[in-house]
Design a protein around this ligand. Sequence first.
Ligand SMILES: [Zn+2]
Length: 381
Amino acid sequence: MQKMNRLSVLNYVRRNPNVSRPTIAKNIGLSLPSLTNITQYLIKKNLLVENGTESVDRVGRKSTLLRFYHEAYRLICVYIKVNCINIAYTDLAGNIINLVSINLEKSDNKTIFETAVRNIASFLKQYNTDDILAISIAVSGIVLDDSKLVLSTSLKAKSIDIVSTLKKYTDIPVFLENVTLLRAVWCFSCNNNSLKQDNMIFIDLQDGIGACQFYKGEVNKFMLGEIGHTTVEKDGDRCFCGNKGCLEIMCSPERVMRIYKEISGVEYDVSLEYISDKYKSGEKFANIAVNECAEYLGIGLANIINICKPSVMVINVGNFAPLRPVIERAKDVMNKRAYSALLQDLIIQEVNVKIEQIIEGAAFHTCNKLFDISYPGGIIE
Ligand SMILES: [Zn+2]
């Protein structure tokens, strides 16, 4: 019970920085004396810190404000991509103290994961590991049970257990997470935007297509969100997952490019921006290539809306950033295909989440795990 109350207070202050003791006590439902005991404990543990006094216009003593003391401990946040491994040393808010990027030449998945483990192990040697509470590893793909990468189309990998491998080098707890979820956490939990609705969907168009649902402010971990591997064409192109006609294969920028080259007959390499420009100038080949792929993307978006009835949909444009016409056309298709009643109050936003923001999301999400009552051990007794 005591541990649970301590965690509730800590997590409340993490989400509501610069808050007074009476406000915390009122919102959590604790008496002021027990709350004061708990904050004393958390301050001693270097998890909370006093941060000025409230600025209210009233007579009497102003309350001291508290905030999460994120500077007191450290995390290692890693993002493994097919051509690059990013390793960051951060505080608990994801503020980067040191970031190294290891560029990879064309590598197979075994080399990528071995390189990642080797580099994380040597990166750790620079630091006092007593301060480091966890290692968070982000990958694009399906992650089950917090630790096993089941499938990654972009990394061309199946059944990789990087967590067990890394545990041979360090005692620090390791968490593996789908990068789509971390982008969504940044978007809905860290980013200071006003999107505070009960049911929000994040669509990730970077390195395949994934979705993540936030229900009442928290990740819905029961929704896997692998819409990229739902079939939209029964005899469509072959996908790495083993199926044919998966959504992410049928609408990918690579397919837009391939179709454009096939029908226009251009022999030299063109860029996605080039195809976008040709589309805007009304060229028929660009029009066909864009519409062919946008149709599938629109179907995927409409399906999500019909299944989840979100009030907010945020699209991370990712690999489609240079192909704006595909996104615009896909939204038209979505508007035609989804139930109109579900579209009326739907708020749609676009973002392009950067590496620093993924790291911020990773830090926030890792703290959610470390400060969860179900987490064994940890620094709060
Ligand atoms: Zn697939």
